[in-house]
Design a protein around this ligand. Structure first.
Ligand SMILES: [Zn+2]
Length: 350
């Protein structure tokens, strides 16, 4: 275990104890202290498993790594979707036939079936950090993107490579990507897992194009569910989630690492209610047994209504931040961190 002396976000040294948490997903032994920085409000585990010790908390059945490549999101390729992507999200080839008529006709359809689509940008170079087994990037490839992924799981890297994605093993600081290389970078449920989120975002800033966009999806510790469920809140995910960010802390972190926050959209799942209830129930019963909550249709329906209400009130469990680069700030690269285990691809190949 390593002790964190300085707050990762503000550098402060004054922390208050928040609560003890443990691994409720896989039930791996251990209890972890969550603390809160009195200066900026960042919540984090302290002391925490170091980068070697944390590996045992990612068993082979860990969901995002074990995810199997599916039928590569074939539904996204329907002619209707292609037309919507081309009309509203700049996807090539641009649809030139009656664009105004189709825009009006298809606007309601777009709101129903294609609301959270990443608009196409520039040369279409996209990097997904913590890409798991690559099904997201495979679907992006079908839509015309040039997909790159990086993950700490060698098995996940192998699976994604089999889907035609250019993959790297390690963390983003381990790969010598050229400066200003990517149009879009995504960190979906990643920033809370890494030991050094500031270092990660500075590197993201360096390898992003000047007009590039970053999508960061993280759990929201300022959610109503956390206030209700406390140590049973499903997204505490100790000790895999080393950090828990509130919107205020995320804005501070973004500014510090050279980004402007364009938007913060609440996009929670039904797990906020279902899994948190399950963890509370497990604790009362003293075991991780059959799941009356996670799989219940009634709780699932209640979870849908609950998460929609929470998101509308901007108190949901998950937030997607859209960041753009403040180009007045520059960070030096860290190619010195390149490890032997990184899939070999020299700078000249980019
Ligand atoms: Zn702080």
């Amino acid at each position: 275990m390593e002790t964190v002396e300085h707050c990762e976000v503000c550098g402060g040294t004054d922390f208050s104890s928040l609560m003890k948490a443990r691994d409720r997903l896989h039930g791996i032994e251990g209890e972890f202290q969550l603390v809160k920085c009195r200066n900026c409000g960042l919540v984090f585990i302290n002391p925490r498993p170091d980068q070697e010790e944390i590996k045992r908390f990612y068993p082979s059945e860990y969901g995002p790594h074990a995810e199997r490549p599916g039928p590569s999101h074939a539904h996204r390729q329907s002619p209707l979707r292609r037309r919507i992507y081309s009309l509203f999200y700049e996807y090539p080839p641009r649809d030139q036939r009656n664009p105004v008529v189709f825009r009006v006709l298809l606007l309601p359809v777009k709101w129903v079936i294609a609301r959270n689509v990443i608009p196409f940008r520039g040369t279409g170079k996209i990097l997904d950090i913590g890409s798991g087994s690559g099904s997201f990037l495979a679907s992006m490839k079908e839509l015309g993107w040039d997909p790159y992924g990086i993950d700490i799981s060698p098995e996940a890297v192998e699976r994604a490579q089999s889907l035609g994605v250019t993959m790297f093993h390690g963390e983003v600081q381990d790969v010598p990507f050229p400066e200003g290389f990517f149009d879009v970078i995504t960190l979906r449920a990643v920033l809370e897992h890494v030991h050094h989120p500031v270092e990660t975002l500075c590197e993201v800033h360096r390898i992003l194009k000047d007009r590039g966009v970053v999508y960061v999806v993280v759990p929201n510790i300022a959610s109503l569910n956390f206030r209700i469920f406390g140590r049973f809140w499903y997204a505490l995910e100790a000790p895999r989630h080393l950090y828990a960010f509130s919107p205020d802390v995320m804005r501070f972190l973004a500014k510090k690492t050279g980004f402007e926050v364009l938007s913060a959209r609440f996009r929670s799942s039904t797990l906020g209610l279902r899994a948190s209830l399950q963890y509370w129930y497990d604790d009362r019963r003293g075991f991780r047994g059959e799941s009356p909550f996670k799989s219940s249709t009634v709780v699932r329906s209640a979870g849908k209504i609950w998460r929609t209400a929470m998101d509308v009130l901007r108190m949901g469990d998950t937030v997607e931040y859209t960041l753009t680069k403040d180009t007045s700030i520059r960070f030096e690269g860290s190619p010195g961190r390149v490890k032997d285990s990184v899939t070999s691809r020299s700078r000249a190949n980019f």
